[in-house]
Design a protein around this ligand. Structure first.
Ligand SMILES: NC(=O)c1ccc[n+]([C@@H]2O[C@H](COP(=O)([O-])OP(=O)(O)OC[C@H]3O[C@@H](n4cnc5c(N)ncnc54)[C@H](OP(=O)(O)O)[C@@H]3O)[C@@H](O)[C@H]2O)c1
Length: 282
């Protein structure tokens, strides 16, 4: 190693490093050329990680169908994703369907409008049903399960019926599944169930040459994370990330790049991929 090379300076912290752990390195997704001309339905594509996936997908020539409930948010997301494509873009390069991703009719509309869909990525969902287990009513627990797990099954049933061989379905989870916090029993049970659903579907749908994976996120800088009390400023986000081995929270683009990898790689199925800056190692 040459003295003064980046790597040497990297380890010599007393001289200061040209690479700060607090600065994200721009995403360069692998295998993206495999996605040119493919079509992805992004359930939860109007914000955060799903929106970032839309931008990355469009930038590599994929068609994108965004699904979200709030029509205004969705319209803004369509403009953002369109701006990642060529100046003169086809009308159907970016489509939007407003509605609940747990509703089979909404997903059917998304597939119908797209004509052909190759990949489905589910990022819809927040953190509902929190609270100490003694204060959770059965109704609240049921609502938590019905909304998120029900939506996962709806996506699975639609994908299993309508995706062609070579297609993929990717779910979302979070590292709290393996590092639980008090008051999270309902949402974490649901996330754990989604991970189990992922492996169960992977073997069930493999004969149809459909792949099913999930991404387990650490803290990713999105509107959802910034809605968590104490995370609403840049300083708070920086402080939250400072305890991870990579010294920062992840970007939505980094999280979304994991989904593109899973869509593009035809030999990955039944996997729960963690993207957390090493947080679960500490
Ligand atoms: N960000 C993190 O640090 C983090 C950590 C662990 C896990 N996760 C998980 O990662 C996923 C994505 O999170 P994010 O941070 O990108 O969240 P986000 O910024 O809040 O985006 C969530 C998206 O899902 C949509 N959505 C929510 N419920 C929906 C429904 N029933 N039907 C259709 N669309 C729906 C939202 O739009 P509308 O509200 O307009 O529908 C929005 O577009 C979530 O499942 C989250 O639990 C995130």
């Amino acid at each position: 190693m040459e003295p003064g090379s980046k790597t040497t300076r990297w380890f010599n912290s007393s001289e200061g490093s040209p690479l700060s752990t607090a600065t994200p390195i721009p995403v360069r997704s692998p295998l993206t050329s495999a996605l040119a001309g493919a079509t992805a339905v992004l359930i939860g594509g109007s914000s955060g990680i799903g929106l970032a996936a839309g931008v990355l997908l469009r930038s590599v020539g994929a068609r994108v169908v965004l699904v979200g409930r709030d029509p205004d948010r969705l319209a803004a997301a369509v403009s953002r994703v369109r701006s990642a494509g060529p100046d003169r873009d086809a009308d159907d390069a970016v489509l939007a369907v407003a509605g609940d991703g747990g509703d089979e009719r909404v997903l059917a509309e998304a597939f119908d409008r797209a004509g052909q869909v190759d990949h489905v990525y589910v990022t819809a969902g927040g953190v509902g049903g929190t609270g100490p287990v003694t204060e959770l009513s059965v109704d609240r627990i049921r609502t938590s399960f019905d909304s998120r797990l029900g939506a996962a099954f709806t996506a699975a049933r639609t994908a299993a019926t309508r995706l062609p061989a070579g297609g993929s379905l990717t779910f979302s989870s979070g590292i709290l599944v393996v590092r639980p916090a008090p008051g999270m029993s309902a949402p974490l049970s649901v996330a754990g169930a989604v991970e189990t659903l992922t492996t169960a579907l992977a073997v069930e749908l493999a004969p149809a040459r459909l792949r099913v994976n999930a991404i387990r996120y650490g803290r990713i800088d999105t509107p959802l994370l910034r809605s968590v009390p104490g995370h609403d400023t840049d300083d708070a986000i920086a402080a939250a990330g400072s305890t991870t081995p990579l010294g920062r929270v992840g970007t939505a683009e980094e999280a979304a790049a994991t989904a593109l990898f899973l869509m593009a790689n035809n030999y990955v199925t039944g996997q729960i991929i963690t993207i957390d800056g090493g947080e679960t190692l500490t």
